[in-house]
Design a protein around this ligand. Structure first.
Ligand SMILES: *Cc1c(COP(=O)(O)O)cnc(C)c1O
Length: 564
């Protein structure tokens, strides 16, 4: 793809003193080869785990986030909480005393605090009824000295996603920087604006590890932005803004995205339950629908509600002074027990006798309740960290992130076409080579499938053939326990998408070994993409049939080559 010259577009928006800023440099920055003895930074040479300065660029953490967010590392800036990028946005783009920012109120308080600290005038543009974003109203609040617009979606404290088209209209019309703060995006069933960066280099998306990822104590926030913007931000930040301990802990916690997604699912289920139960309380006037992990609730007597909760040891946030939030408390969704306590205090029926969480259709609760053909594994090697989970008896849209776009796409085919719930996350050094990532995913997936199948009762040997436009693929599989792998697939070019073609044979070979199956794959065609996509789909369909429970039979069926 042709690279846009975004610098030409962004540079004039920067404050003059920032345009040519020379960042603090370290000797290690300039040195590409690995050294053995570090005598460049006046550190203490005695090892304590923290005697060295941290990496100023947080490469490992960025690599993991790049996989998860599906953006190149160069588009990611990491700060000490989102507070840091918020402050930096003012420092980069807003001359003190001579500029303004527009925010859609009610909204997050840090924007106006950071603006005040940087001597930037704050213009409030009220959201419409139901906290809807009206693009025209907001744009009409913009003044000649307005450099930045802050939008928060899902919005704090109202909880709702802002209208996507309204945000796009603002991006189209406003010539300065537009910030979309997505601190709560993981609780919303909506796509991030990260995907719009390519089209709108003046957009900055903020996300954080503080909420859905559960790392508020680590203080790690991110700006996902045009590469030039991210670069200028890192030139202006404190050089060592994220400590070694915080980087390491975040890397550790990020390597289990499945666990984080489960907890998020429980919180979303609890949010819906709380919204419903709170709405039924006599003292509650209104509960706004929420796409976040909190609820904005209007009480007939909010002081009384606040005090009642306080006396029970429960602290919530009084947002009654915010625009449009008269009489409102903002209540964060807690654990099921904590939420039950809130309801109990506020006079609801409280928890059901069993203490069960009603209404969560997915997540931890559901996982415990399944028939058992599930498996998960966390596989860490020197090169990669892989996290796979599957459920053979339930379908859910696959969640896949490996850092390799094409591989993601193929693994998703397995989830969709086998009709199983499949999560695959892989963090590896794909910049060097895709070999380890592909192989380790195959091993983890094979192990998981094998373990989910257990004693293989009711499953068997099957095959599937399908055309993919001009290409044709056939996959035969026998889950009987003997391992044999045959691969008769010829590709025309060395690479398909961002992967080397030869890795696909290797993937299925490793998979067959760990799933302990006979796997025979044959495919041909003139378009490599069609050929391999056909293989993955045919594999998924063969797998679907093979793992499907044959009702009334506990034995492995022996009729071969059943073609649907
Ligand atoms: C919680 C929150 C953040 C996150 O702040 P951190 O400094 O990253 O913890 C950002 N924006 C909004 C709107 C928030 O509510």
């Amino acid at each position: 793809m042709e690279k846009k010259n975004t610098e030409a577009e962004i540079r004039p928006l920067l404050r003059e003193n920032i345009r040519n800023i020379v960042p603090y440099s370290t000797a290690r920055d300039d040195c590409k080869v690995r050294m053995d003895i570090y005598l460049d930074a006046n550190e203490n040479p005695y090892e304590s785990g923290v005697n060295r300065y941290p990496s100023p660029h947080q490469p490992r953490l960025k690599q993991m986030l790049s996989v998860l967010k599906k953006v190149p590392e160069k588009n990611i800036f990491l700060g000490n909480g989102s507070d840091e990028p918020i402050d930096l946005i003012f420092r980069l783009f807003c001359p003190p005393g001579k500029s303004s920012m527009v925010q859609a109120v009610p909204t997050y308080g840090m924007y106006s605090v950071a603006a005040a600290i940087n001597d930037v005038r704050v213009i409030d543009s009220p959201l419409a009824d139901g906290f809807r974003l009206d693009a025209d109203a907001l744009l009409s609040a913009v003044e000649p000295d307005t450099k930045v617009i802050f939008l928060c979606s899902p919005n704090n404290p109202s909880g709702n996603l802002l209208d996507r088209d309204a945000i796009i209209r603002i991006l189209d019309s406003f010539g300065g920087i537009t910030v979309v703060d997505e601190a709560y995006i993981d609780f919303a069933g909506s796509e991030s604006f990260i995907g719009m960066l390519e089209r709108y280099p003046r957009l900055i998306v903020l996300q954080t590890l503080s909420k859905a990822w559960g790392m508020a104590g680590l203080r790690i926030g991110m700006a996902i932005a045009d590469e030039y913007v991210a670069d200028v931000m890192s030139r202006v930040k404190y050089p060592y803004n994220i400590s070694i301990l915080n980087q390491r802990k975040a890397e550790e916690l990020l390597s289990d995205p499945v666990g984080a997604a489960d907890r998020t699912a429980v919180i979303i289920g609890e949010r819906e339950r709380m919204a419903e139960e709170l709405s039924g309380l006599p003292q509650v006037e209104k509960v706004w629908p929420s796409d976040a992990n909190f609820l904005l609730v209007r009480f007939r007597d909010k002081d009384r509600a606040f005090d009642d909760l306080m006396r029970a040891g429960i602290i919530v946030r009084d947002r009654s002074s915010a625009y449009g939030c008269e009489g409102c408390l903002r209540i964060t969704v807690g654990t099921p027990d904590e939420n039950a306590s809130v309801l109990e205090v506020l006079g609801a029926a409280g928890r059901d006798a069993s203490g069960n969480v009603p209404g969560t259709s997915c997540g931890i609760g559901a996982r415990e309740g399944t028939s058992g053909r599930t498996a998960s594994c966390l596989r860490k090697t020197g090169e990669t960290s892989v996290c796979v989970r599957l459920d053979l008896d339930r379908f859910r849209a696959p969640r896949v992130a490996t850092g390799l776009n094409f591989f993601n796409h193929m693994l998703e085919q397995i989830g969709y076409h086998a009709g199983i719930a499949l999560d695959v996350f892989c963090f590896g050094d794909i910049a060097t080579d895709d070999h380890h990532s592909v192989e380790d995913v195959a091993i983890a997936l094979g192990d998981c499938l094998s373990s989910a199948l257990g004693n293989k009762s009711g499953i068997g040997r099957y095959g599937f053939s399908l055309p993919m436009d001009e290409a044709e693929a056939t996959v035969l599989i026998d889950l009987g326990g003997r391992i044999d792998f045959q691969w008769d697939v010829v590709f025309r070019s060395e690479r398909i998408g961002d992967m080397s073609s030869q890795m696909f044979g290797h993937f299925f070979k490793s998979l067959a070994e760990h799933l302990k199956c006979n796997l025979h794959i044959r495919a041909a065609g003139t378009n490599d993409h069609h050929v391999i996509e056909g293989v993955f789909k045919a594999f998924a369909r063969a797998l679907k049939t093979a793992v499907g429970r044959c009702s009334g039979s506990d034995t492995v069926p022996s009729s071969k080559g059943i073609i649907e």
